[in-house]
Design a protein around this ligand. Structure first.
Ligand code: G3H
Ligand code: 13P
Ligand code: ZN
Length: 324
């Protein structure tokens, strides 16, 4: 099966009350971990590539590795550009064989966001085969490549804007801001309550009222959640037990993501959790085997942890297992 776009995947996910995992890839081991996990779970999957990943690994390597994963697993896989900042990077990816792109002009004024998103949609939809386009309304806190949005400067999506935006741009899916943010420190300690027994931070709930109002206004339309890592404590503990120092890292509780997946959310973006799992595997390996110096040994342990994590996400959070 060749690479696919998101249309059929999202239609099935919407109707079935589950979401597709969109996992960020930067190297071969991450591509293998995600796609082997998806294969074992019989799940469709989105592999997404940021501008930073393109700079790190070179576009041609990423494309060929994803093609290798398609050949290896036979799964329906989407190759998606994550957070495309302008028309040019989207065009470059569309011309280079991506089956889906995100144009992210969410930090620009509404009319500018519409104009650039529409231009990308016109180009992507005229492409043969049709390339799907994700757009964004509302801004998340955190860091994506060069754009850093401080906590407090983020803004929730305004539901009253979404119908006009989707109609005028022609986008195929819409990322909205309902309280998630990028990175492993999603909430400042003062935004959270602290569990008196464990001392761990408990984050504020996501704004499901906004999600519900958006989906009421856009019936059947696929919604995307960025910044959806949960910062699973077991990996933070492994990292900290083996020389790391992650203090007060906090993510989105998995049960809230599961709830979102049952509603209109068809795509859930996860990157930081993969980074934490990879780091946990490598740190633990170095600590337990100080005599090792073969990268296949320690990176291999990182890959094993990422694979376990992705299987957990697919079966316990996204609900996309056995959907092929
Ligand atoms: O949304 C941001 C993703 O986690 C990608 O991160 O730009 O560091 O590759 P990156
Ligand atoms: P996390 O930092 O929560 O993993 O978010 C990733 C993301 O939104 C990629 O676009
Ligand atoms: Zn994102």
């Amino acid at each position: 099966m060749p690479l696919v776009n998101t249309i059929e995947m999202f239609e099935k996910a919407y109707k079935g009350g589950y979401a597709i995992g969109a996992f960020n890839c930067n190297n071969m081991e991450i591509v293998q971990a995600i796609t082997e996990a998806a294969k074992e779970c019989n799940s469709p999957v989105i592999l997404q590539v940021s501008a930073g990943a393109r700079k790190y690994a070179k576009p041609v390597y990423l494309k060929k590795m994803v093609e290798a994963a398609v050949e290896d697993t036979g799964l329906p896989i989407v190759l998606h550009l994550d957070h495309g900042a302008d028309f040019e990077i989207c065009k470059d990816c569309i011309d280079g064989g991506f089956t889906s792109v995100m144009i992210d002009c969410s930090s620009r004024p509404f009319e500018e966001n519409i104009a650039i998103t529409r231009k990308v949609c016109e180009y992507a939809h005229a492409h043969k085969p049709y390339v799907t386009v994700e757009a964004e309304l509302g801004t998340l806190a955190g860091i994506e490549d060069e754009v850093k949005v401080e906590h407090g400067a983020e803004s929730y999506t305004k539901p009253e804007d979404v119908e006009e935006f989707v109609k005028r741009t022609g986008c195929d899916s819409l990322a909205i801001a309902i309280g998630t943010s990028h990175g492993a420190y999603k909430f400042k300690p003062e935004q959270c309550t602290r569990d008196p027994k464990t001392g761990k931070l408990l984050p504020p709930p996501l704004r499901f009222d906004i999600l519900e109002e958006v989906s009421r206004r856009l019936p059947g339309f696929p919604i995307v959640l960025h910044g959806s890592s949960s910062v699973n404590q077991e990996y933070v503990d492994i990292i900290n037990a083996h020389g790391g120092k992650l203090v007060d890292a906090v993510g989105v509780p998995e049960e809230q993501l599961r709830h979102a997946a049952r509603l209109a959310v068809c795509k859930i973006n996860i990157d930081s959790d993969l980074r934490l799992a990879m780091t946990a595997g490598i740190r633990e390996h170095f600590d337990e085997h100080p005599e090792h110096f073969d990268p296949r040994q320690y990176v291999g342990d990182g890959r094993k942890y990422v694979k376990e994590l992705v299987k957990h996400k697919i079966t316990e959070v996204l609900g996309s297992n056995d959907k092929i």
